[in-house]
Design a protein around this ligand. Structure first.
Ligand SMILES: Cc1ncc(COP(=O)(O)O)c(C=O)c1O
Length: 439
């Protein structure tokens, strides 16, 4: 099929005139030539000038089986012939029901209820509000459980509740006066979690963690056993555990959900990003019958969960999600991941030996390559991504940590090319500006 003719220059000008991009300093954006993605195929993105790039960050950590996967495309088209959107407020639809059943089958045992929304942030807001409301409704001394514990450097999204449990100063510091006051524990340190829970015994509604890997912190990997210890501490203190698997879910760590590595069932499991294979906005907050039953009552008791977004459980998104889960089975996606994870480990070992690289962290197909010694103003992470772009790969920095998180479907050849491009780009960007490095 012939590409749709697109005028890159006109689009770029209109972008500069009218758009405001997320997490982007627009002054810098206007100084650079924008890359405008016009189409995609498999793990390649193709821009308005016909150039191809390996999608090294899964279109912001959400694409799973590649772009334009025939099975997912077909499922969305078939649903379009039925209905594109119908509300979940007071009504239901077949795909929301089927997907809920499938998610319950796949999730750690005991998570039997599915509440839909439309982004990772809303999945987290819902878990926070449900936990809070559950304890209010439990009555007696339990209604004192109003506080949340989160980890330093945590990231749970950009809405006000999710930012309140966020711990990244650069993103969250400015808003402190607007937020509720969360308690903070040191990542990976069960002793510190115990200290916080003891000091605030009876006050804590829930602990929220990104299990195994704190993505936006720059792929901070927790020590083995930490999640299990946090689960035990929560049980001992009668506190709920919220696992935010928005980034780690749907195979990224090598299992369907990161919690499985430590046989942990949280009280709330937050899912988004990869749930639709990275096609459409959908999120789900899974919880237990215990929590669900805490909301049952007569109408006048007002135990209803008063929360719901317009596009909650959107049928097209549910169609994509069901098809994506079928692809996991059909293509044996998780079974075939092991060799790719091993290959990535070997490839990264070479990158780790590069002089400007301070540390490489990996869990499954999630990895962070941290550059050392550059002042923030040098924007070395950003420079490396521009070099990578020129060599045919899209990667995105978090400060001076280069994030690699390719689709699970990436071929071994493309994975090798991606890491080689990143290695070359680190060398090129740092060699071009040697004086930028702090003494
Ligand atoms: C762990 C985690 N939670 C929540 C979010 C927020 O998801 P969304 O951007 O879909 O609101 C993200 C996004 O990166 C995330 O990594």
């Amino acid at each position: 099929m012939a590409p749709i003719p697109v005028d890159h220059a006109a689009l770029a000008a209109a972008d500069r005139d009218h758009l405001w991009h997320p997490f982007t300093q627009q002054r810098g954006w206007s100084d650079e030539e924008p890359l405008i993605v016009e189409r995609a195929q498999g793990t390649d993105l193709i821009d308005t000038r016909g150039r191809r790039y390996i999608d090294g960050v899964s279109s912001l950590w959400c694409n799973v089986h590649g772009h334009r996967h025939p099975r997912i495309d077909r499922a969305i088209r078939a649903q379009l012939d039925r209905v594109a959107h119908s509300t979940m407020l007071g009504l239901s639809h077949p795909l929301a029901i089927r997907l809920a059943r499938r998610l319950v089958e796949l999730a750690p045992p005991g998570l039997n209820r599915v509440f839909y929304s439309d982004s990772g942030s809303t999945a987290v807001e819902i878990a926070l509000k449900m936990a809070f409301q559950y304890w209010r409704q439990a009555g007696g001394g339990e209604s004192r459980r109003t506080r949340f514990v989160s980890l330093r450097e945590a990231y749970h999204g950009d809405t006000v509740g999710a930012v309140s449990v966020g711990g990244i100063d650069l993103f969250h510091g400015l808003y402190r006066a607007l937020l509720f006051d969360a308690l903070t524990a040191e990542p990976g340190d069960a002793g510190d979690m115990e200290r916080v829970l003891c000091e605030h015994d009876g006050e804590v509604a829930a602990v929220i963690v990104e299990p195994l890997v704190q993505g936006a912190a720059g792929m901070l990997v927790h020590p083995e056993g930490y999640l299990r210890e946090v689960r035990e501490l929560c049980d001992r203190h009668g506190v709920f555990l919220i696992c935010d698997e928005v980034a780690t879910g749907f195979g990224r760590t090598g299992r369907m959900f990161a919690c499985e590595h430590e046989q942990v069932t949280p009280d709330f499991l937050c899912l988004a990003k990869g749930i639709t294979g990275g096609y459409l906005p959908l999120a789900a907050t899974l919880t237990t019958e215990r929590v669900y039953e805490g909301f049952l009552g007569e109408h006048e008791e007002l135990r209803t969960f008063f929360h719901g977004h317009t596009y909650t459980g959107n049928p097209l998104a549910c169609a994509a999600a069901l098809a994506s889960l079928e692809v996991f089975e059909h293509e044996r996606t998780l079974e075939r991941l092991g060799p790719k994870i091993e290959l990535l480990r070997r490839l990264l070992a070479r990158v780790a030996r590069l002089e400007p690289v301070a540390e490489v962290r990996q869990r499954g197909l999630m990895c962070g390559i941290e550059l050392g010694g550059y002042p923030p103003a040098a924007r070395m992470g950003h420079r490396v991504t521009l070099e990578a772009r020129a060599r045919g790969a899209i990667v995105r920095p978090l400060g001076d940590v280069l994030i690699l998180m390719p689709p699970l479907s990436i071929s071994e050849a493309d994975l090798t090319a991606l890491v080689e491009i990143v290695g070359e780009s680190v060398a090129a960007a740092t060699a071009a500006e040697p004086e930028l490095r702090a003494a």
